[in-house]
Design a binder for this molecule. Structure first.
Ligand code: GLY
Ligand code: MN
Ligand code: MN
Length: 408
């Protein structure tokens, strides 16, 4: 990601802002000593800065658009503990922002803007879990008290339509995250055996990521054998894998904060049973049909409705339900969400698709009483011509899965 990308994003945001509107984006809380710092996604999107005590300010007044940022001042006696802080010139080089202040100057510099602005967009919601512990939230509440005429708005509301249309750099990072995730998935399919614990499969993917310089997960991985796969948010990953079971992987590495989100389900022993094959084929058929519908102008609501229709028919064929209306017993989530900096990225789940959206397509069938859960999930870019499946190269055909898993 280069500074021109951030400059372009700020330019597009200014186009959406009204006169006398202010944006203040605060960084995430500094991590505990033993956790790596993880930047607020909106602040990263607008600046590329990955440091704590960092703030972006943008203000629009008439023709004048003002942008500046704050970073932490270097404290010489702390250098031996935490290293040098980023220099102003480095912050400018990363973000393309010319005017950089120090964080301890925040209140003095902001006072004028807070006094003249009518609306301010901020990136923290009072309803956030653990909100009371967040310094950022305490600060925003102070601003609310000190500037009672100022109207506070959620930054997500104004940035959502920009973040859901990906630029070339974002697609490049998503592709890298998807490719490394795919490499790890293939390794799992080849090397996993009954008698291993689910977390041993997790370690194969994590090792593939780390060995190639990808150090972060996009989200907590799901490695679920047998009946665990029928628990949608299973993440314990600590069960012994039994013979002849299906294993569901729902995993995604992150590349420069962009998350992949891929699900594959495969027979750990190298051969589907007839029943497993029937269920798998049903999900694969639905998934391919829905992917083929993806194009500009179609709504995610339509994709969901078609998925429900198709799955209902498949469930009847599988002898699981007799009335189409009962499909929710075996398929209970939606088929798509936007993907990007957040795994469940900004962008409505009912939005009409446009060129540059990246969404998942992830139908599933979950039958706990048969210890079977199948989900197949690909990451799909919406293009002029329709779509490109960014995760196309990760195997999902029955024959390929059996060959990989049986070592052929
Ligand atoms: N891994 C979360 C999801 O598939 O939506
Ligand atoms: Mn997923
Ligand atoms: Mn997903």
């Amino acid at each position: 990601m280069k500074k021109e990308d951030f400059i372009e994003r700020r330019k597009k945001l200014f186009e959406k802002m009204n006169d006398n509107e202010l944006v203040i984006l605060l960084s995430r809380e500094e991590s505990e000593l033993y956790l790596r710092f993880n930047q607020d996604k909106n602040l990263f999107y607008m600046t590329g800065l990955e440091t704590p005590k960092t703030v972006l300010v943008m203000f629009k007044k008439g023709e004048i658009e003002t942008t500046f940022a704050f970073i932490e001042r270097n404290v010489p006696e702390r250098v031996v503990w935490y290293g040098e802080k980023m220099k102003k010139s480095e912050a400018t080089e990363i973000s393309g922002i010319e005017t950089i202040y120090f964080y301890d100057e925040l209140n003095a510099v902001l006072h004028y803007y807070l006094s003249v602005a009518e609306n301010v967009y901020v990136n923290y919601e009072t309803s956030e879990p653990f909100a009371s512990k967040s310094n950022a939230l305490v600060y925003i509440n102070e601003l609310r008290n000190n500037y009672p005429n100022l109207k506070f708005k959620q930054f997500n509301k104004i940035i959502s339509s920009l973040r859901s249309v990906k630029d070339d750099s974002e697609i490049e990072e998503l592709q890298k995250a998807i490719d490394i995730t795919g490499a790890g998935i293939e390794r799992i399919m080849k090397d996993s055996k009954p008698g291993m614990y689910e977390y041993q499969l997790e370690s194969m993917l994590y090792d593939t990521m780390l060995s190639n310089g990808y150090r972060e997960w996009g989200f907590t991985p799901i490695i679920a054998q047998g009946k665990n796969a029928a628990t949608l948010h299973y993440s314990a990953n600590n069960t012994l894998i039994e013979e002849n079971k299906l294993v569901l992987l729902d995993v995604g590495a992150s590349s420069s904060n962009y998350s992949a989100d891929i699900s594959r389900t495969f027979p750990v022993t190298g051969k589907f049973t007839e029943r497993q094959k029937d269920v798998y084929s049903a999900v694969l058929f639905v998934q391919k049909t829905i992917i083929n519908m993806v194009k500009p102008g179609i709504s995610m609501k339509e994709l969901n409705e078609e998925t429900a229709k198709l799955i209902s028919k498949e469930l009847i064929k599988l002898g699981l339900i007799t009335d189409e209306k009962d499909y929710k017993k075996y398929y209970m989530h939606s088929v798509s969400h936007h993907l990007g900096l957040d795994t469940h990225d900004l962008g409505s789940r009912t939005s009409v698709l446009e060129v540059g959206n990246v969404i998942t397509v992830e139908p599933g069938i979950y039958i706990p009483e048969e210890e079977i859960g199948v989900r197949i999930e690909d990451d799909v870019l919406v293009t002029e011509a329709g779509h490109t499946v960014l995760s196309e190269s990760i195997p999902k055909e029955i024959e390929d899965l059996e060959n990989l898993a049986s070592g052929k």
